[in-house]
Design a protein around this ligand. Sequence first.
Ligand SMILES: Cc1cc2nc3c(=O)[nH]c(=O)nc-3n(C[C@H](O)[C@H](O)[C@H](O)COP(=O)(O)OP(=O)(O)OC[C@H]3O[C@@H](n4cnc5c(N)ncnc54)[C@H](O)[C@@H]3O)c2cc1C
Length: 599
Amino acid sequence: MPDYKAPLRDIKFVMSELLDSEQHYASLEGAEDATPDMVDAIIGEGAKFCEQVLSPLNQVGDQEGCTWSEDGVKTPTGFKEAYQQYVEGGWPSMAADVEYGGQGLPNSVNLVMSEMVGTANWAWGMYPGLSHGAINTLESHGTEEQKQTYLTKLISGEWTGTMCLTEAHCGSDLGTLRSKAEPNSDGSYSITGTKIFISAGDHDMAENIVHIVLARLPDAPKGTKGISLFIVPKYLPGEDGSAGEKNAVSCGSIEHKMGIHGNATCVMNFDGAKGWLIGPENKGLNCMFTFMNVARLGTAIQGLSHAELGFQGSLDYARERLAMRALSGPKNPEGSADPIIVHPDVRRMLLTQKSIAEGARALIYMAAQQSDILHQGKTEEERQAADDMMGFLTPIAKAFLTEMGHESANLGVQVFGGHGYISEWGMEQNVRDARIGMIYEGTTGIQALDLLGRKVLMTQGESLKGFTKLVHVFCKENADNEQMKEFIEPLQALNKEWGEITMTIGKNAMKNRDEVGAASFDYLMYSGYAVFAYLWARMAKVALDKMAEGTEEEAFYNAKVETARFYFKRLLPRSRGHVAMLEAGADSLMALPEDQFAF
Ligand SMILES: Cc1cc2nc3c(=O)[nH]c(=O)nc-3n(C[C@H](O)[C@H](O)[C@H](O)COP(=O)(O)OP(=O)(O)OC[C@H]3O[C@@H](n4cnc5c(N)ncnc54)[C@H](O)[C@@H]3O)c2cc1C
């Protein structure tokens, strides 16, 4: 496994130079503490923790995995101690509400830490990561008593959280879930049912676990309109607020799975466990949607993390591994062969990884700023615009980035050749760990339907227009900039085409609803490439301007421009394939009768 090195220079480039974080934080309500020096210091400290504590545990977690016994789940060597250090460092409380013990920093600062934690050790990062879902739920929908009892402990990190949605027969389609909640005379509920695939469902890292559970009340309407949300602690809080008597919830077993071995994926049995309603009856799914965008952004980071780790490992290896001579003549005449980084095909792989990782960072940080505005924007109008923008960007970030992150991790194996396929170097672990990103928090297929159906077509294209307007303004501002021509011309064409293909799909869908599902995956991927094109063009602009002004970091900025060129010439053309496929319509997918598939 490569030693993780936090890419602090690129983090700073995206935050400060591309997205002007200083001005952004100054424009938020209650973000006075997020001064540039403070943010730099936090990120610097976080980087050390991730590099020195979490990264060395990444391979340990994979090899040891978690172990189940009647007494509970044991996490791999070092995980618990690392979590203690994380809590002592105050990391869980960084972006949480000050009233409940949080530090009140903007969410975007927290997401930079999540990127570094996730790249250093994704499986470990899921334990505190899942707590964020529980924290968001309680912050938005908990009663004051629930906040005092649970939120404070989750924010301090003494307790961790889970999200218990999935059941054996349903994951994407939660409308069919069966877990039951019977009211008790004391205002609590008895929760009964089995949840599967629950990340961090049980472990030995914290003294209590707070499960956020979806279940049905008696006589609840069928489908998604009859689902309520409950809080079910592993240990019931005692009079003094500490973890007391054991509740009737237990981990029946843990899954043996492809990757993220260090994270316990649990079957959770609720046998009349005591729980309390969060939010209104039968509005459980609505409550969850209020923070879903932020949670999904958390999963989008997984794409960035595996792309970055794959790239870091590949780059070191490609500089050292010797194989054959460059086609254009020896580049390392003293050595027995040239390092493989001289070969165009290896450069193709490295630049693909680099442009994915850096593009992903730009996309996530941009979306993270929108999430800051959503929570701390000064006007209702600003907050609404940020909500709309996040609604549009989130399915793209979640699905496109996890798909691309997996591709990048896979290229890591390829750059290492046979050594990539064996365990020692960690590249195969990176692929296995990355694979789940395309499945949980809404599969790529479900995100694609959400983007095209709910976000774009159901708003008559308004959410798309919100984004294409940004692109349009940027293209107009740079229309006369000769150096930017190579980026602006294709970007402008893409922006126009985006609206046109959306209209075509919309028209086709009026005749046949299957046209939406048939186009959705390619539409999502096309949108991802288009968003990346916008961000890469903007990054090229920042870098070109810096070089024109004169800089001591010429090499850094030149690398940005060259990577942007690579992106436009070698990755963006994939959008042509997606247009051709989505224009092919539903017929070629739906014509084959089901009983003829097997022939
Ligand atoms: C390691 C791991 C950790 C997890 N952690 C958690 C957790 O912490 N909490 C939790 O509640 N769950 C968790 N899950 C569950 C996860 O969220 C679900 O597996 C996921 O949502 C997919 O649901 P499913 O497995 O039921 O697949 P299904 O919903 O059966 O989907 C199967 C396939 O059909 C496709 N599909 C389904 N419906 C449609 C449609 N309408 N249009 C197009 N395609 C469709 C899907 O895209 C997918 O390709 C975890 C799963 C794993 C493996």
